[in-house]
Design a protein around this ligand. Structure first.
Ligand SMILES: Nc1ncnc2c1ncn2[C@@H]1O[C@H](COP(=O)(O)OP(=O)(O)OP(=O)(O)O)[C@@H](O)[C@H]1O
Ligand SMILES: [Mg+2]
Length: 355
């Protein structure tokens, strides 16, 4: 591990500048630029096929970009072969060797590098302790749970003490509950070790949980790069707003810097003309009919954890999604009921121009 790894300074470790990659006629990466800072977990988030794995493979060295630069600690990596890059990759399928024990799986990379036997033993023990798998050395992968196999795959990479850890959808094979706990565990582990990590997922909740910053990708481009709060609360485009978090888009007209809702409430905007107004489901409040001039009817409701999410027909192109804490309103409102709608916080809305 580099001595500076846990210092928390803001040195730029990975710098990707104007990277392009095409396969035949298909442009897969189109002018991608981003940086990952020391000790940061940066997530590439985007729908299937948007280029996440391709970008990760370029960083790891399995693919060569057609144009652009990839620097690690300021050094151009493009001429550096895969096995000399200071990166470790955890692939989507863990690809453990089924015929090797846990200890030998983890030791594999060190043996390939010709490390002395005693050193290998010590480092494997340390890596397994790091992922809480001490005592599992002699088991085979088939004798482990999915989450344990996942941790062996991580230990196998950590044992090589990479400067940068690349993780490509590492939790795909896990059930929802295990996935949730592994997300927290892996984040804590990466933070404890002070490693710089680039994490790939198409799951927006996972990205919000895991990341210091998120790069939302769309068709080979970075659509927005920011903290989870930036991405969720201040999405720069309607695409990001729609991709990250549940959303309503209310179609309205902006005039003189104002958008007026049917409730009479006003949202300030810099736009003029036709707009789509992003209103998150928890930013709308329901009450009994007549208490607001914005009226609707509940067409369905469903339990989402501690929330009740209503679908409300209220004159929009799509029904509005409105979320309420269950203990407050769930007993009050039922399907078919006429309701009134109010916006909770006009400053928490975002407006986008409508073509
Ligand atoms: N070796 C290749 N040859 C041709 N096309 C490829 C190759 N690798 C990837 N592609 C194409 O490039 C695009 C991006 O692929 P990539 O694997 O980077 O997507 P992704 O964002 O990781 O998607 P997913 O979430 O499904 O894993 C896809 O359209 C894919 O079909
Ligand atoms: Mg992929």
């Amino acid at each position: 591990m580099p001595a500076t790894a846990a210092s928390g300074s803001q040195a730029c470790v990975v710098e990707i500048r104007r990277v392009r990659k095409r396969f035949a006629d298909l442009i897969v990466l189109d002018d991608c630029s981003l940086t990952a800072q020391e000790g940061e977990i940066l997530t590439l988030l985007g729908s299937s096929g948007c280029g996440k794995t391709t970008l990760l493979r370029c960083i790891a060295g399995f693919l060569k970009p057609d144009a652009g630069e990839i620097r690690i600690d300021g050094r151009d990596t493009v001429p550096v072969p895969v096995n000399r890059r200071p990166v470790g990759v955890v692939f989507q399928s863990y690809a453990l060797f089924p015929h090797l024990t846990v200890a030998n799986n983890v030791a594999y990379g060190l043996k390939m590098r010709g490390a002395p036997v005693e050193e290998i033993r010590e480092r494997v023990a340390k890596a397994l302790a790091t992922v809480s798998l001490s005592g599992f050395e002699e088991r085979y992968p088939s004798q482990l749970s999915g989450g344990q196999q996942q941790r062996v795959a991580i230990a196998r990479v950590l044992v090589l003490e990479p400067r940068v850890l690349l993780l490509d959808e590492p939790f795909n094979a896990l059930d929802a509950k295990l996935r949730g706990s592994m997300q927290v565990e892996l984040r804590q582990l990466i933070k404890r070790l002070g490693i710089t990590a680039i994490f790939v997922t198409h799951d927006q909740e996972e990205a919000l949980t895991m990341s210091d910053r998120i790069a939302v990708m769309r068709a080979g481009r970075i659509e927005q790069l920011g903290t989870p709060e930036d991405i969720f609360d201040r999405p720069q485009t309607a695409y990001v707003a729609d991709f990250v978090g549940a959303s309503n888009f209310w179609e309205a007209r902006a005039a003189s810097g104002q958008i007026t809702l049917p409730s009479g409430q006003i949202v300030a905007t810099k736009l003029d003309g036709d707009v789509s107004l992003l209103i998150r489901p928890h930013n709308l409040a329901l009450s009994s009919a007549g208490s607001s001039t914005w009226n609707g009817r509940i067409i369905s409701r469903r339990h989402v954890g501690a929330l009740m999410e209503y679908e409300v027909e209220a004159g929009a192109t799509r029904p509005l999604r409105i979320a309420a804490l269950r203990d407050v309103e769930a007993t009050l409102l039922s399907t078919g009921e006429a309701v009134s709608i109010n916006l909770r916080d006009p400053t928490a809305c975002m407006a986008y121009p409508r073509p």
